[in-house]
Design a protein around this ligand. Structure first.
Ligand code: BTN
Length: 263
């Protein structure tokens, strides 16, 4: 069960979840959130949750399969006081909150694959799509869009993704309450966002490092135009991935897709 009434009271933080808007259907909760945000003077922390999406988007122009009744699709709108270039740190804050909440709520060993895929036993169960627009006055609005495969059976997914994806129910062997998990994620997101607002970048980066499954691994990273192969060495203060190539040189990657190679 996942109802408007249930979602309205899953979590109410000082910032996040001050208002939770439930939609039976949305093209994409990021789009719905931007529309709502344009009309409001204080949109910081508004959460838009949809039961299903008709045009769910993933990173790098991909689709996000969003059937009704089984998963979580939601967007947290933020209007952070820090400059747009710092906003990239939400790319780290969101997966830290999701992975921590999944671990606490389900007991599953959730990990983060750079930049913000949520993995369990090497398979993807969630992702984050962050988009930015200018808001009222000089502010900018961030839509932190989160999709988690909660109770979905993977045969709904296109065959090429199926071997790489999973759901919490598949891993746990039992159904998970979507509304309680949503509340747990929003509570952790409030905590990580406040860390950022307090300038506590180091705590956030340390948490990301603790939860990640990428650093130290042999990886191949595909960004827009090329693929590089090497060892994932570290992340920097902007959340970019530093890769040590097999030639000994170092490359910094801003956005891309990581495949962890078998040793
Ligand atoms: C990815 O891993 O590629 C990111 C997936 C993000 C999916 C979520 S679902 C809620 C929000 N609305 C969208 O259209 N996308 C994000």
């Amino acid at each position: 069960m996942f109802t408007k009434e249930e979602t309205a009271c899953v979590f109410k933080g000082d910032i996040i979840g001050r208002e939770i808007i439930y939609l039976e259907s949305s093209a994409s909760t990021n789009d719905s959130a931007f529309e709502i945000g344009r009309e409001r003077t204080g949109p910081d922390g508004i959460v838009v949750v949809a039961e299903m999406q008709t045009k769910g988007r993933g990173r790098l122009g991909r689709n996000w399969v969003s059937p009704a009744g089984v998963n979580l699709y939601f967007t947290v709108l933020l209007s952070p006081p820090f400059p747009p270039e710092e906003a990239s740190l939400m790319t780290l804050a969101a997966p830290v909150a999701i992975a921590s909440a999944v671990i606490k709520y389900t007991g599953l060993a959730a990990q983060i694959k750079w930049p913000n895929d949520i993995m369990i036993n090497g398979k993807k169960t969630g992702g984050v799509l962050i988009e930015m627009k200018s808001g009222k006055a000089a502010s900018h609005l961030l839509a932190v869009g989160i999709g988690i495969n909660v109770n979905m059976s993977p045969d709904v997914l296109p065959s090429e993704i199926r071997p790489l994806a999973t759901s919490l129910k598949m891993e746990k062997g039992e159904s998970i309450s979507r509304s309680e998990l949503l509340g747990a994620i929003l509570a952790d997101l409030e905590h990580t966002y406040k860390n950022l607002l307090n300038g506590n970048k180091r705590a956030l980066i340390n948490e990301w490092l603790r939860l990640n499954c990428t650093i130290g691994k042999r990886v191949s990273v595909r960004d827009h135009a090329r693929t590089i192969t090497g060892t994932a060495d570290s992340i920097n203060e902007r959340g970019e991935l530093i890769v040590k190539l097999f030639t000994g040189e170092t490359e910094t990657v801003r956005a891309g897709d990581v495949t962890i190679l078998k040793n």
